[in-house]
Ligand binder design. Sequence first.
Ligand code: AMP
Ligand code: MG
Length: 355
Amino acid sequence: MYSNSFNIKKITCLIAASIILVLTSCKDTSSTLSDVLVGDEVASRTGFYFDTVISISIFSLEKDGNYSFKERADKILDGCMQISDRYDKLLSAEKENSDIWNINNSNQKETVVSKDTFELIETSIKYANLSNGAFNPSLGSIISLWNFTSNDNQIIPDKKDIEKNIKHTDFCNVIVNKDKSSIIISDNDTKINLGAIAKGFIADKIKDYLCKEKVKSAIINLGGNVLLVGSKPNGSDFKVGIEKPFEGSSTYACVVNASDKSIVTSGVYERYFEKDDKIYHHILDPKTGYPVENSLYSVSIISDKSVDGDALSTACFVLGLDKGMELIEKTKGVEAVFITNDYKLHTSSGFPKIK
Ligand code: AMP
Ligand code: MG
């Protein structure tokens, strides 16, 4: 599942040798790009999970016995890939016998799920409530009518199918029982899809693991969702570029300096297709079942936890500039930059100074 591209590089110079990690997978260009690094060593691994390219880079580790940096980092990166594989198999809506697949195919019977799945479903419902349903974890039946992941078969779904399925997307149909760690779907045609929040959740779990393994400096990049562990080895902030929509993955709208933060973007340009001069992108309006039509090209969220940034980036995109910004301003500990289709940047009140 992953390329065993472990490597150690001695990075000797400072400014000139900053490395730009660029990840792209088919049309799924990474929405945020991380410009690293000033240190002596780096160990990186890439893989393909959650329908996207992921990459984890470790720059600094606490010393442990006689093991070299390479030996320890290699083992830890193995662990990261195992965690990714486990969550991919647990949270995917498409993979047979995943927790989500089991719920969606339960015929309204109670389904016991893992603690992690339960936690994520609960968090999803929290954000569905917080955003008045703009972020909707039960859009599964509508999402599966569209195809934004491969270049084949990109057709606009039949209007009748959208109208039929949109009636079965109420997230209140997802009933949770914490004591039993179980889920019941009260409407058999309601299907869960956690694609708008799962990567953030998994990134947090990978970070917990890295911290437990005494990693001091690292970048977790799940298809453009970036989560920083610590700062650069020399103590300065990482620089994270926020992609300029439709301009390719190495052109930035702005660069954010940050340590220990999550930077997650939802953007129209990440997955879309064109038909008759119109762009059909992957962020859907739960009221209509069609791609959201508003003035936005992207929303990027800075937060401590990536699960919050992931849910909020999707929610704010659907809510639009004004209501989305309102939500950010009233939510503690998160900042956002909205990029409108005139390429203007709109930042929340505490957003770090833009470069
Ligand atoms: P993100 O890139 O995090 O904004 O997630 C977008 C993905 O989440 C899409 O590719 C869909 O699978 C799914 N999705 C689309 N619209 C919504 C929505 N309004 N609420 C929740 N999930 C959505
Ligand atoms: Mg999201």
